[in-house]
Structure formats: C-alpha cells, structure tokens
Design a binder for this molecule. Structure first.
Ligand SMILES: [Zn+2]
Length: 572
C-alpha cells in the first residue's frame, strides 16, 4: 500500500460513523473505527454550525438603516415572484402557505442585515467609481474641441476619478477628437487598479462579518475550496455575496464558460495541495480534504434567453455538463493516484435573476443528480416569519430529510462536515436573497449581461461584484479560446455596437518566494495579450480591442502592477 492509499484508509477510518451519527443519525453509513476522533469532529461540526447560524441570527436587530417591518415584509415576499425553481426537500406546502399569507412579517430571522448593509456600501462605492468613468467621458466628449481641453480634462479626471489621463492622448484632441474607445478602456483599467488598491478599506466591513471563513471550513473538514463557476459576469460576486464566504488564500475561483473547468489543471492543483498536506505544510491536514465545487447558473424568469450562453441557455445541458466534469475529475485522480484519493465534490446552481442557490449533494453512491437538490429560495420562503431557532431547526430537518433520501452522502466519512457546509451556504444565501429583495426589488433590473470588461488569466482577487467583468481562467489563449470567444460575443452587443472597445485585462499572479516568478508572469501576460490581439484581429484593426497586462503578488495581492510595455493600442 503506498503512502497515499494508507492515508486514505486512515482518513476514512477517523471520519466515519459517529460524526455523521451525531448530526444525521438516519444517514450514518458505517460504525466508527476511532470513536474519540469522530466525537471530536462531531463536536466541532456542531459548534461551527451553531456559531455560523447564531452569528446570522444575532445580527438581525442591529442595523440602524433597516426600513419598517411592513416594507421589509413586502420585499421579503418578492423572492416568491423572483424564483420559479421547483421546491425541494418537502418544502412545497410550507412555501405555498408563506406565499398565501397576507399578514405583514419582518425580514427573515436568519438574515444578517448588518452584513447586507456592509455589502451594499461596498457595492455602491465600487460601482460609483465605474459609473464616474462614463460621466467624465461624456463630459469630455462635449468639450474636446475647446482651446484648454487638455487642462480641463486632467482637472476633471483628477477630481472625479482620482487619476490623470495620458497627456499625449489629450494634446491633439482639437485635430481629430479624442479616441474615446481608448480612453474608456484606459479609465476602466485604472479604476480596476484603484479598486484593488483600496480593497482593504472598501471590504473591511463585510470581511469582518462573513459567516463562512477559514475556521469554519476547516472545522467542516476542508483545507481547500476550489470553485469553478461559469465565466459569466453574473457569477463574479459568488463568494462574498451569493455564498457569504470569505475570499481567502485557499479558496480558489477558476471560472470557465459553462463551468467546463480544465480537468488536467484541477488534477495538478489537487496534487500540489495533496503534497503540501502530506508533507505537513497544511496544519491538521490529516483530518482535512479538498472540495471541488462546480457552479452552473440559470435564469428563473427567462430560462431560454438569459441562461448560460455557453450552453445556449439549455439548463439541463448546463447542469449535466458540470456533473460530467466533476465525475471526470474524480476519475482522473482515482485512476492516477489510487481508488479513494479523489477530492470531495459538490454542485451549486445560481439563479442569476435573484442569486438564490441550489445545492446538489453527492448521494451515497457518489452520484450527483441533476434533478435532486436543496433550493435556498424554497427554504427561505418556508421559514420566513419563523423565530430564528425554529427557522434553523426547519432548515436542519429539510437537510436531514434530503440526505436520508439520498441514502447518505459520498464524503469519504465526512458526511456531517459536508452537510454542515451545505446548511451554512443555504442559510447564508438567505441574506443574499433578502439583499436582492431590498436593493434590487427582488430581481435584478438587468438580468442579462452588463459587464464592464473581460478579465483573462487569473481572477483579480480583490474585486467582487456581479456583472462587473467576464472572467476567463486560462494560461494560454489556445486553451481558453472558447471562453474568450463567448466573452467577445457578449461585448459585441454591450460595447462594440455602440463604438466602445472590448477591454481585456490580462492578469496573472506570481509567488514572490520564487526567484524570477514576477518576470515570468509578466511574460506570460504579454504572450496572452498578443495572442488575444491576433485572435480578434478584426476588432484590433478597427481600434475596438484594448488589452492591458497586470500581475499581482499571490500572497499579498494588494495592488495591480502594470506591465506597461504591454499596452496593445489596437488602433496602431
Ligand atoms: Zn454561463
């Protein structure tokens, strides 16, 4: 037996039985072989779940800006119109009762209203920066032939945007006007950099209140959360908004069109973390595992038009394709490193109209089924108006019933941990449902695409906003071609048809501990930028492609560093 297999056998023994029995007695699969460890685990799961939900429950009465209860009740019930997802886990009747009730009720007892306030302030602040770009450019457009245009433009940019514009672009404006497409892209990129630089301040409020952080997912048995959402901009607020999960060092977001993640890359990522775990680089690693989460999306109100573009808005296809990737990843690891080595997997669906989620858990045989899931919108409706304790109990019971129907969970002995994480995400998402109710009338005004730019390469770790950018995770343009093509098609409608460019920010991270890593990241970025220009040559020739390369240090990540020579002004 090799080291890895031995580790798997040991890990399975220590995780089995009692931990699950403590929280989900009906779903327990096998007796404990190490009762002491299993009991410790069960206690941790229980304490962590309690902590996360108590935090949410306690938050409700604090917010000074919450509106009157009756108003909240109207907003809270808006989700019933916003989601047409089929109710799951036996909540249909209760949901219908909640819908039928005409008695005004307060907001949901498990919602963290203060956290919602923090997130709203963040959203307003960052969106305000991007909105200012358009305002300034409109003003500049109307005065670009005036004698002191350059001075006026710089003064306005400094005042409204906080940065200067390229002097030589302004100097000759009186001859043929300013290249507004180029200026627009330039300002967008500067605004991204500015938002990254100020993220520490912008995000401090909500980061301090996130219910699901590193300690929680460690308590639930995971050292790494590896998400692959669709590249669609509507999923780019996945962590802090939709899942209320802290963006942290080992929470990876690798987005691909249609959530069709790269299996080989994931095997490599898993292998690296497994090596770190086996060499003791991950504290408490013997008890922890790697969780892969694929995230598909759908539109409850316009399923045939505003679903996943990569799957032609065919929801069934989007779900099935994501399941197949998860199965492929598990098979790849099992076949390469030995049966049982594969990471744990989960599937999440997001209704991009209102940010409600579906969680598909793997059944006892390891299968994730397309039509079996827990639906946060249905659970939210069914528990609306209940006291916090009762609402929590109802969610727990729904989850236990669901797990029992699945015959248990395939979680390598960590059933209780996986269930606790699923429960935490469902309850955390209640806050996002109420956020959309309150600030977006229960459904986003723009349910389709509205991204400002494309990010290619690795995610900008400090920018989290719905529909702010389309994100294609790639190392080379060849491997990410399909994702970029989808992005370019989207921007054909958003920007190009009205004369604005396709702005592409190429971003890679580097590890400062590795000699030469920064220079190599810059070179990779430049190669990708050149390949993008070649792939979209027709746009580039028309001056409608603007591509800029930035890198950031992986651990610190506090600022974007521009590879200035990589400015590919397509008009040249
Ligand atoms: Zn999609």
């Amino acid at each position: 037996m090799n080291t890895l297999k031995r580790r798997q056998a040991q890990a399975t023994h220590t995780r089995a039985g009692l931990a699950l029995a403590a929280a989900f007695s009906e779903a327990a699969a096998e007796p404990p072989r190490s009762p002491a460890l299993a009991l410790q685990r069960a206690a941790r799961h229980s304490a962590a779940a309690q902590k996360a939900t108590t935090k949410a429950a306690q938050a409700t009465p604090k917010s000074p800006v919450r509106s009157a209860m009756a108003t909240r009740a109207v907003q809270a019930t808006q989700v019933t119109q916003a989601s047409k997802a089929p109710a799951q886990a036996g909540v249909t009747t209760r949901a219908a009762q909640a819908l039928a009730s005409s008695i005004p009720q307060p907001g949901h007892a498990l919602v963290d209203a203060d956290l919602n306030d923090c997130l709203h302030t963040y959203e307003q602040r960052v969106r305000g920066r991007f909105a200012a770009v358009l305002d300034v450019l409109r003003t500049l457009s109307s005065c670009q032939h005036e004698r002191d245009f350059a001075a006026q433009a710089q003064a306005l940019a400094l005042q409204k945007l906080g940065f200067e514009l390229p002097t030589d672009w302004l100097a000759n404006a009186w001859v043929a006007g300013v290249d507004m497409a180029a200026l627009h892209a330039h300002c967008l990129f500067q605004t991204v950099a500015q938002s990254v630089q100020q993220a520490g301040f912008d995000q401090s409020c909500w980061r301090a209140r996130m219910p699901i952080g590193p300690q929680q997912w460690r308590d639930w048995g995971y050292h790494t959360l590896d998400f692959s959402p669709c590249a669609d901009g509507r999923l780019q607020a996945l962590l802090p908004f939709i899942l209320r999960t802290t963006p942290a060092a080992h929470v990876w977001v690798k987005a691909y069109a249609g959530a069709l993640f790269d299996v080989e890359h994931d095997v490599a990522d898993w292998t690296q973390r497994e090596l770190e775990r086996l060499t003791g680089a991950i504290e408490g690693g013997a008890q922890l595992d790697y969780l892969k989460v694929a995230v598909y999306h759908y539109s409850s109100s316009a399923p045939c038009e505003q679903g996943c573009a990569a799957h032609s808005s065919q929801d069934e296809q989007a779900v099935q394709a994501a399941i197949e990737r998860l199965v492929a990843l598990q098979m790849a690891v099992d076949n390469t490193f030995g049966l049982g080595a594969a990471p744990q997997v989960l599937l999440i669906g997001v209704d991009t109209d209102c940010d409600a989620i579906r969680i598909h858990l793997p059944d006892a045989s390891g299968q994730i089924q397309r039509t079996r899931f827990l639906d946060s919108a249905a659970l939210y409706r069914s528990t609306l108006g209940m006291a916090a304790g009762k609402a929590l109990q109802t969610v727990q019971q729904a989850l236990q019933r669901h797990v029992a129907e699945l015959g248990g969970l395939a979680a390598k002995g960590n059933e209780a941990g996986m269930a606790a994480l699923a429960q935490a995400w469902l309850i955390a998402n209640f806050s996002q449902i109420e956020y959309v109710n309150r600030h977006h009338a229960g459904r986003y005004a723009v349910i389709g695409h509205d991204e400002a730019f494309v990010c290619a390469g690795e995610a900008v770790p400090l920018l989290h906003l719905r529909n702010q950018f389309y994100f294609a995770h790639l190392d080379t343009v060849e491997e990410g071609a399909a994702d970029l093509d989808v992005g370019a098609r989207i921007f054909q409608g958003l920007n190009v048809q009205r004369g604005l460019a396709l702005p592409v920010l190429v971003h890679f991270t580097y590890d400062a501990r590795v000699p030469g890593a920064r220079a190599r990241a810059v070179q990779r970025g430049l190669r990708v930028a050149q390949a993008i220009r070649a792939r979209f040559a027709e746009l580039a020739e028309r001056g409608l492609l603007h591509c800029r390369v930035a890198v950031s240090e992986r651990q610190a990540g506090s600022m974007l560093e521009w590879a200035e020579h990589a400015v590919l002004a397509a008009a040249h």
